[in-house]
Design a protein. Sequence first.
Length: 390
Amino acid sequence: MKCRGMDDRGIDRRVVLTTLAAAALAVAGPAAAETGVTDTRIKVGQSAVFTGPAKDFGVDYKAGIALYFDKVNKTGGVQGRSLELVSHDDAYDPKKTAENTTRLIDEDKVFALIGYVATGNLIAAMPIAEKAGVPMFAPLVGTTSFRTNHNRYLFHVRASYETELRKIVGHLATLGINNIAVIYQNSAFGKSNLDTCLQIAQGLKVKVVETVPMEIAATDAKAQSAALTKAQPGAVVMIMAGKMVEVFLRDYRASGSAAPLYTISVGITDAPGSAQRLNGGLEGLVTASIVPSPQASRLPIVVDYRKDRTDAGEKIDSYTMLEGYIAARVFVEGLKRVGRNLTREGFIKAMEDMGTTKIGDFPLQYGPNNHNGSNFVDLEMYTRTGSLRR
């Protein structure tokens, strides 16, 4: 007996169509997952400096990122997926950074890159990431050219060095100090930010009476100190990072020069250690800070950071570690906004759609033409023991 409205031919036709559809699915297989993403894991890659004179930046930045990733993993992950951070040492060498980036993308198969350190290293890595369509998130780099030349794959969290230098030079101009000198790291980072500083000074009618280069591996700064002393500036602005800062401070203080010293945020990482090694020689150094003090327990973001540090038994505690922690929180917020169907393009769109927001009261702003994140900059002064005060 036939069903109403259905004949043998109709039944056969439906069976054939169903069979063909099933066969097509079997050939095509399930929809391909995004690289670095499985049902249970999101793999994220990092190349940074973990050895040599600038290692504190990479070690502390990674520690902050890992601290929050571990917190997320212990509380169920992101949409049920745990975060895996794959880190390789580039020893501050841009060539090694490029090699590590290729390895992370081609061999480690990461979803995104995070936590790179230094201008020259980012210059080496960015074309590789861009060609592969891999997001590059929160490099510890504030160089102006990365902000003005918009790249849809590059997202910052920290304020730019331009913002830091404008805060420093503007502060000096307000104090009536209208002639300054600049000592800078002889690298892409130092040279590009020297140019930025010169432009800012010119706009504020502050005269730069001397500019002095210094090598990152230098063990002596007597010649630089003598040149700065001879120029008699009202203040010295330091555009340097790593152990070379301690070398300069040691020799500059020993020379008897008294001009006040200012540094951008990457100048000092291990402040207590630097203060001890310099026998109190950090005292009076003014620094730009692009995150709140890790001791500012009145702020929700710092309260969370300190609790998570305590829970994890983490010994490192620095501005750079807090910066890494904040960067990881922003990254995870972007992942959450994508939802379960995580893709690189979806992540980029989620970040651009974030608009003006706060992560644990830390202000951020993103948009289709704005990947810069934070503009937070404050000036603080080191004490003899390496603590900071406003």
